[in-house]
Design a protein around this ligand. Sequence first.
Ligand code: DON
Length: 639
Amino acid sequence: MVGAMRSFSVSPTARSVGSLRRLFALAAALALACGAKAQPADPTPAASSPPAASAPVAQPSAPAPAEPAGKTAPEPAAKPLLAVDVATGRHGAVTSAEKNATAVARAILERGGNAVDAAVALGLALGVTHPTAANMGGGGFMVVRKPDGSSAMLDFREVAPSKASRDMYLDDKGNVTMDRLRGPRAAGISGNIAGFAMAHKKFGTLPWKDLVEPAIGLARNGWEIDNTHAGDIAEALNEMRSYLEEVEAAAKPNPALVAGLRETMALFSHPDGTPLKAGDRMTAPALATTLAAIARDANAFYRGPLAKKMAAEVTAMGGLWTAQDLASYRAIERKPIVFDYRGYQIITVPPPSAGGVTVRQIFAASETLKLYEKPWDSVDRIHLYVEALRRIYADRNNLIADPAFVDVPMKTLLDVSYMARRMSDVDLKTATPSSKVGAGVTMQEKPQTTHFSVVDAKGMAVSLTYTLNGSFGARLAIPGTGVLLNNQMDDFTSKVGAANAYGLVQGPQNSIAPGKRMVSSMSPTIVAKDGALRAVCGSPGGGTIPTTTAQILMQVLDYGRTIDQAVANTRIHHQWLPDAIIHEETLDPAIAQALAARGHKLISRRAIGHANCIEVDPTTGDLRAVADAGRRGGDADAY
Ligand code: DON
């Protein structure tokens, strides 16, 4: 946007390799077999990216992986990297998933608001213009770093309703049921408004109502739908339609749920029932009224007539929310995880998100295995990185949960020497089957997201990830309010050993209990060096969130890449189960084949995550904001 903006895409050199077509066919089959959630089709075609306007990402000087024997014919080359949107400036920087929301944050910064003011206004505006992931019906985590170097973390994750119970998503045969993902029973008690209000109270400088007003204006006056959101809406309406058909086909359809679903579909449709499309102007009058009540008093979401109405509507549709659940909800300020990594200070989130522990462990593995000494694209580095992830996610899935309910062995998990022990059985050349890797600590049995970053002129930084969980959450709005229900309950362990929507196979520590926060992977992170801000980063993407965040930061901190180069680059992920490397299709086929030769299974995806990040250029001090535009749209701005 305004500022020195540019975008680029990079085409790695074509290399001919062995039979990759077979490998990708295998990967596709694996994705199905493993139940890996397909990424929603991204309507933003990479091919529409503006032409390259900057130097391409420096390719490390690693020798190309050895050519496999038996090569007979030229094979497909890696695809060009996805485009990013970059903006640089000196006074403020913002990057988010949607351009009207980015503009709201910039306007708040320009009128003298600090980064938290801008983040709160952005979070509320994005709740209007990015219904895919935001909206006040969700929850999330925020990391703040103040110019004096102090930091804080706010947890506004949803909690399970008081009527929730461990086996609430198991049918009489013990199979997990769809109501953990869809409809009124999927929703935890939302935390977003409590989180934003707490952030404003602790760190904000402008009046609360001034931060809510831009969101009200957007909801009332409308905004233009872009390609990405038009695609999201079309897909969500299809899902809502088939859900409605199922509800109506029931022996005794719940009339309140039928009406609620029809009203939800109408929010995103023309009067004739066709989906809103790119270029259409969308308004959200019910949301504007709800936001107006919140502008008068943030507590209105949790107490009083609005709260009572929401609880009654959810109950009528068959959900579990009570007015008392809303009244008891509290955002929590927690001590962030702060650790040193090769001269940098990294600040990230503690449980109930597992994201920060995972990020810390990835950096500990990097130190232990000296990953940073190996070229970024070398097969040896990727192999070791993946072996580390396999072990780290075995811990993540089996040990981490809401600390109010479970004794998470934090001291051990954050200890670099523990990681060294965990890595001691890594085979340098061969993949360890995940079936041979368990959690490193034994425990008593107890029991579509979005990230944005903001930096202000004084160097105050906010890294914030929040979510409805799935795209459009439970695919259901609370009638009359415009509030979309989240489907965050699926982040609990519905059944030990069964994968959730993100393929995560989690343990009993994360079982459902009333008032408990479901474990998350979100990892909003901030990096400082020598007492000054260096980078702000995070991403959506379920289990892939911490690996996306850590990979971007490792490229910036260890490989001298700019943040836009790091965001553009190919992402690789492993989460213990499914036992496969999940990688973007831009991965060089020669590398993919060399990894397969070491015993790794591979699953290819068009895109992983959506990282909207900012760095302070270490040489010039300029702010460089990058939106991960080629993966799922978005808009970076700086001035
Ligand atoms: O909290 C979590 O880890 C998940 N609910 C995040 C879901 C997500 O990232 C969806 N977006 N792609």
